[in-house]
Design a protein around this ligand. Structure first.
Ligand code: HEC
Ligand SMILES: [Cu+2]
Length: 359
């Protein structure tokens, strides 16, 4: 029973001095931890009017939670060290634990107060963000569909549909988000807001883009095999450039065919990188093609196209569900290539594929 004798000394009450030292360590580590946490750049550049309140909320969460994390870890490590088993004690039970009402009240009330406080603060931020948009705010319809986003808006009485979103800086906009199939989530990290696109209902949020630039529209809800490729771009431009874009989009005889005829199309580039500007997802993200050096297996290896004529390949690209490759499901290949690629680009891809597979 020698172990019990050792217990008397080592397991007695912890001296005040030790508690004080532990507290000092916790305080110092908390300060270092909070400074470190606030120094890290957690998010990309802020580009909407709501960015600041979201980032401040995040900072407050860090300031509150880092010391709690440090305290819990310190107590665990201290307990492991101080009350560790000595050789020969492996089969002994620890002493029975009796309640300590004061301690129990403290460790219930304190976390409750902290959580309630943070929840109230978060609710205030959320209500502020969700404030109804002013009358006359520009509305952009956002539609998610496996695996692409499409956008539409009305300018000067005309509807503009696009696979790439263009917006003027400094003007409020309300997004009305819908889905044609499964749940997606409309997210532009730089704007800090996101909302689910849920079939059957319309969700929304409003913000004012505060910074020009090109940002990614990301689907933030796992929506199927092509989810990772469900990325498009949004360009926030000056009001003048926006007006020019609208004119170009609403002009009766679009200038697009002329531009398309003039520019040489790089089919291999289209295949491996797609065109984020128009919302055309890279084919190589899903298909293996030896000539392009891609190895993805979400879709069939396109070596299978040997012997296909141009028309059949063309249909496979613009109407993927018309004929399904054996062993592959429907609705995986994006259905929007007829819109996100020009006719000339589809032709170039068809030629490129025929040449690549030798026939
Ligand atoms: C998100 C993944 C994905 C992307 C991106 C994608 N595909 Fe597909 N593709 C598939 C799947 C899955 C199938 C098989 C089901 C079907 O036939 O629709 C397929 C089928 C095909 C077929 C028919 C092949 C066969 O053996 O029947 C062709 C041709 C094709 N894709 C070409 C392309 C081209 C060209 C692009 C780019 C413009 C592209 N795909 C982009 C997933 C994708
Ligand atoms: Cu998704």
């Amino acid at each position: 029973m020698s172990a019990v004798v050792g217990e008397e000394t080592r397991r007695g009450p912890v001296p005040r001095r030790t508690w004080a030292a532990l507290l000092a360590v916790v305080l110092a580590a908390s300060i270092v931890g909070v400074v470190l946490a606030l120094t890290i750049r957690w998010f990309p550049t802020r580009a909407s009017d709501h960015g600041e309140s979201v980032d401040t909320l995040w900072d407050v969460l860090l300031i509150v939670s880092v010391p709690i994390f440090v305290l819990v870890v310190a107590l665990v490590v201290f307990s492991i060290w101080r009350w560790r088993a000595q050789p020969g004690e492996e089969h002994l039970d620890g002493p029975p634990i009796h309640g300590d009402t004061r301690l129990e009240i403290i460790w219930t009330a304190l976390p409750t107060a902290i959580i309630a406080g943070l929840a109230a603060y978060a609710a205030v931020v959320l209500l502020d963000i969700q404030e109804a948009p002013a009358k006359g705010t520009r509305v952009v319809n956002v539609t998610g569909q496996q695996f692409a986003w499409s956008f539409s808006m009305t300018e000067g009485g005309r509807r503009i549909a696009a696979n790439r979103l263009v917006l003027p800086v400094g003007e409020p906009v309300e997004f009305k988000v819908r889905s044609k199939d499964v749940i997606h989530d409309f997210w532009v990290p730089e704007w800090r807001l996101k909302v689910d696109a849920v079939p059957g209902i319309t969700t929304s949020y409003s913000l004012t883009p505060t910074r020009t630039g090109s940002y990614q529209v990301v689907c933030a809800e796992l929506c199927g095999l092509g989810h990772a490729f469900m990325r498009q771009s949004v360009s926030v431009v000056s009001r003048e450039r926006y007006a020019a874009w609208v004119r170009e989009r609403t002009a009766p005889a679009a200038t697009a065919p002329a531009a398309g005829a003039g520019a040489k199309i790089d089919a291999e580039q289209l295949f491996t990188a797609g065109n984020p500007q128009t919302g055309a997802t890279a084919c190589g993200a899903c298909h293996a093609l030896a000539a392009a050096g891609t190895t993805a297996q979400t879709g069939p290896d396109l070596a299978a196209l040997k012997g296909w004529d141009a028309a059949r390949i063309r249909t496979a690209i613009v109407d993927p569900n018309a004929e399904l490759a054996k062993g592959f499901g429907a609705n995986i290949m994006p259905p929007n290539y007829a819109q996100s690629l020009t006719g000339a680009e589809v032709d170039a891809l068809v030629q490129y594929l025929r040449k690549s597979v030798g026939g």
